[in-house]
Design a protein around this ligand. Structure first.
Ligand code: ADP
Ligand code: ADP
Ligand code: MG
Length: 589
């Protein structure tokens, strides 16, 4: 099957691609390429000459893809003539948590929209956009999924959805938290769930005044309060710290044990791993097509994803595997201190940050972990020279490159122009090009306008810019936010490699434990009560730091024998109990 996809934002009028397609539109009598009403179109039955023309369209605006014949009858949905195609679907299962793992822009939210009844799938037939439900049902092979779609068709299931973009909630609902929760509180359990999620004290606040983490927990709470048979959670861990992520895991698992079906899209692999019973991997090409694979066990799915190869499908999803190092492989070439601090204090409103004594050495990467609102950003801003401590000292004579937590830009121009203006022409070649620009897939964004980038795209470009500047110390505040699992692991590797090959230092604040594990030599651990006080301990050697941090969280990790990746032990399992007793929270061997 041949698929022709036009990336709409790249072939708007006045774009290079538009001019190019317009030039060829008139050249073939079969009208393979058409431009009408400022819209471009390419027939999938186009003649070989026009196909070649389309493939050479500038700015990668056109994708011509040949898919295996076996997919011919498996198209679930298509967004318009040259739009995105989705093949097959994941299946919600009774009493189980089913995970979806895949990159951004590949059809995960689309699948949730279909399985929650928001979109009726068109089965790829654009002449019949609302097919008979019966045809939809029978288009799926007999089994769990077909039964589920059957239920959906006869409205035999009730559904509750936690949408992906919680930051849009304040625009949709003007009232306060209590009013929102009250509306969906079908079992009268609002107080109980609000306190479980730690949002009991903010019920009278307006949605617009909440932080990202608070909005996320309100959205999760609302989803849980609604009484339903099937629960969907699209990226539930965004903005949450690891304590809140673990609390979310417990609450969602509780749903499944009450017999509910649960489907989750999640990019934090440690969380996905401990949360799910089964995982569907989805692969394909961003914005062009996505194919769901049958479910695998959680462990197999994540290992295959990290390895970059799906054996059953015989599909490579990444050139190189993502590897986890053992702690002893690290830290041998770390050099002299380039930054030191001691007994700093900083008051901001009702909040107070204190630190012990600490230092960062050249070629050292310090992971920074701890609960939300305990002063991690504040400390990094002091180091970046944006703030002075009230008390204590901080000696720093090195040049700093800083990626703040919230990235935004009003740069007028393309990503190429932006990179040129921030870091000069060095990004165009050499190691940086392969290890950073390509690894973060920034090379696929070069023609786009910087202002138009999505959250994940903007994050990737911002990480590249931060890494591309000449500096001695690189500061990253939550680089994994908005990135998919693959981009996270690539970003962690890119930061680590750049520091190793240039013998530079970095501090990286993040809540994704795989990210922290890949990137860090040592750990700066924040403790305290969010919003009131925070205390920074360390940097400590990675294992010691992890032990301190994880004992605060109450979570233990073991190592996967095959991939060496850390895996969260089931709470109260034998391993969990043994490791807690011996104080080895991070891994036993
Ligand atoms: P994911 O959740 O995996 O990030 P989505 O399911 O949101 O991906 O989107 C998959 C692709 O489908 C996107 O790249 C986008 O190009 C396209 N798409 C999503 N929604 C629509 C829509 N309403 N109309 C047209 N195209 C859409
Ligand atoms: P973290 O990065 O650990 O989430 P932050 O350093 O961003 O924490 O914030 C710590 C606390 O300080 C938060 O409660 C935040 O609301 C508060 N805070 C940060 N900046 C200011 C400010 N300029 N004025 C008053 N309070 C602030
Ligand atoms: Mg999505």
């Amino acid at each position: 099957m041949r698929v022709a996809v036009l990336l709409e934002e790249r072939c708007k009028p006045n774009s290079n691609a538009f001019a190019y397609l317009q030039k060829y539109a008139a050249m073939c009598e079969r009208d393979c390429i058409q431009v009408e009403d400022n819209k471009c179109k390419i027939l999938e039955t186009a003649c070989p000459v026009c196909l070649t023309r389309a493939k050479h369209c500038p700015d990668n605006a056109v994708k011509i893809i040949n898919l295996p014949e076996e997919l011919d009858h498996d198209m679930t949905h298509c967004y318009g003539e040259n739009g995105f195609r989705l093949f097959r679907l994941p299946s919600p299962r009774e009493e189980q948590i089913v995970g979806i793992l895949g990159p951004n822009g590949i059809g995960k939210s689309t699948a949730i929209n279909i399985l929650s009844g928001t979109i009726r799938p068109n089965l790829g037939d654009l002449d019949n956009p609302l097919p008979d439900w019966n045809d939809v049902v029978t288009s799926f092979p007999r089994g769990e999924l077909r039964d589920y779609i059957g239920l959906l068709a006869e409205e035999g299931v009730t559904i509750s959805v936690k949408p992906q973009y919680v930051d849009k909630l304040p625009q949709i609902f003007q009232g306060d938290v209590g009013e929102l929760l009250d509306r969906v509180d079908e079992r009268g359990e609002m107080e109980q769930f609000a306190s479980l999620l730690g949002i009991g004290q903010i019920v009278s606040r307006k949605l617009g005044d909440l932080s990202g983490g608070e909005l996320q927990r309100v959205a999760i709470c609302a989803t849980l309060l609604k009484e339903a048979d099937v629960y969907f959670f699209d990226e539930p861990s965004s903005y949450l710290d690891i304590y809140e992520r673990m609390r979310m895991v417990g609450i969602v698992q509780e749903l499944a044990s009450r017999g509910k079906r649960v489907l989750v899209v999640e990019h934090d692999l440690a969380i996905l791993d401990v949360l799910c019973d089964l995982i569907h991997v989805i692969y394909g090409e961003r914005a062009a097509y996505g194919i769901f694979t049958p479910p695998r066990s959680t462990r197999t799915a994540i290992n295959a994803y990290l390895e970059g190869f799906l054996t059953e499908e015989n599909v490579r999803i990444r050139d190189k595997p993502i590897q986890f190092l053992r702690a002893r492989d690290r830290g041998e070439e770390i050099g002299m201190p380039i930054l030191r601090w001691g007994d700093m204090e900083k008051k901001l409103g009702d909040f107070q940050l204190t630190t012990g004594e600490g230092q960062v050495r050249s070629a050292e990467v310090v992971g920074v972990v701890g609960p939300n609102s305990t002063g991690k950003t504040t400390m990094v801003r002091i180091i970046a020279g944006e703030m002075e401590p009230d008390q204590g000292w901080c000696t720093m004579d090195s040049v700093v490159s800083y990626k703040p937590q919230h990235v935004s830009t009003d740069f007028e121009g393309t990503v190429t122009d932006w990179l040129d203006s921030e870091i000069g022409p060095t990004w165009r070649s050499g190691e940086f090009r392969t290890q950073v620009i390509r690894a973060l897939q920034v090379d696929q964004l070069l023609e786009l306008r910087a202002k138009k980038l999505s959250g994940g795209e903007l994050q990737a470009v911002s990480i590249a810019i931060c890494l591309g500047r000449e500096a001695d110390l690189y500061l990253f505040d939550e680089p994994s936010a908005h990135l998919d699992a693959n981009a996270r692991m690539e970003a962690a590797k890119a930061i680590r490699r750049t520091m190793e090959s240039n013998e530079k230092s970095a501090m990286v604040i993040d809540h994704d434990t795989y990210f922290i594990d890949i990137v860090s030599d040592s750990l700066l651990v924040f403790q305290g009560e969010g919003g009131r006080n925070g205390h920074a301990v360390g940097p400590l050697p990675l294992r010691k730091g992890m032990n301190l941090f994880l004992s605060d969280v109450g979570v233990t990790f073991r190592r996967d024998v095959e991939s060496q990746r850390p895996r969260i032990n089931k709470p109260s399992s034998r391993k969990d109990r043994e490791q807690k007793a011996s104080g080895e929270y991070f891994y036993s061997k």
